[in-house]
Design a protein around this ligand. Structure first.
Ligand SMILES: C[S@@+](CC[C@H](N)C(=O)[O-])C[C@H]1O[C@@H](n2cnc3c(N)ncnc32)[C@H](O)[C@@H]1O
Length: 236
């Protein structure tokens, strides 16, 4: 066997051994990594998530447990210059870091929020977005928190909650996961209506969207009346 052939074979063998490692790094968010604590695999579907939020150019959004403000920045991209996103955090150092990081994005307004509420005024928000933070709320306070959100959110507004699906979590991830059924039950108890609950594509996280039933019923009946009027006009 020539020396050149042996060196070539060795290189091919090393590349082959490296392949699974490269594959793991590129693993889509449905892989184990996304379920691990601090794993951000679900962020890979951010375009899909942001599209589902029902944002308008002038929307007022509250991002609770904003962390590093990553979701706030994704949402800010969708809002016009008149849109606002209040990025709430319970840790002052995270608020300070966000202020520095997102200085050039005026729509993002980092602030220190209480642990038991948003700190926002009644009837002031179009959307409250809570990603991987609901499970951090104090034990037995979840329904009260959701009741508080009913006051803060405008009649036509919504709440979107993202969590790691408890059935898909493993190891320490289980401590940072939630059951969609439990969330929906708590939200219903607080007076919210489930609009949809779905797994984020390619991920082990779910996203639940809630609306106010009163406003939704009114909007629905207005839509039905308009459709009937259009239909009867067509018949004449
Ligand atoms: C796992 S991180 C999620 C960060 C970000 N939302 C995301 O999805 O990447 C949870 C964050 O919630 C914050 N947090 C914990 N309890 C909170 C509460 N009661 N109200 C608001 N934020 C809270 C923590 O400081 C932390 O930054």
């Amino acid at each position: 066997m020539s020396k050149r052939f042996r060196v070539g074979s060795a290189i091919v063998a090393i590349l082959f051994l490296c392949l699974p490692v490269v594959g793991q790094q590129k693993e889509p968010s449905g892989g184990r990594r996304s379920g691990s604590i601090g794993g951000n695999g679900y962020r890979e579907a951010s375009d899909y998530v942001v599209k589902r939020l029902g944002l308008r150019r002038k929307s007022v959004v509250v991002d609770i447990g904003a962390g590093d403000g990553w979701w706030s920045s994704k949402i800010a991209e969708k809002l016009g210059v008149k849109g606002v996103i209040h990025a709430g955090e319970v840790e002052q150092k995270k608020v300070d870091a966000m202020k520095e990081k997102w200085e050039a994005v005026p729509q993002i307004k980092p602030y220190l929020c209480p642990t038991d509420g948003t700190g926002q005024k009644e009837n002031s928000c179009d959307l409250v977005f809570i990603s991987k933070t609901y499970h951090h709320f104090d034990k037995d306070t979840h329904v009260d928190y959701l009741r508080h959100l009913k006051k803060v959110v405008k009649p036509s507004g919504r709440v979107v909650i993202i969590e790691l699906h408890a059935d898909l979590a493993s190891g320490r991830g289980k401590e940072h996961a939630w059951r969609p059924g439990r969330l929906c039950q708590q939200a219903e108890q607080a007076g919210w209506m489930l609009l949809r609950c779905e797994l984020i594509p390619g991920s082990d996280h779910f996203m639940a969207t809630f609306v106010k039933p009163e406003a939704f019923a009114e909007k629905l009946s207005r839509g039905l009346t308009a459709a009937k009027r259009k239909q009867s006009k067509g018949k004449q």
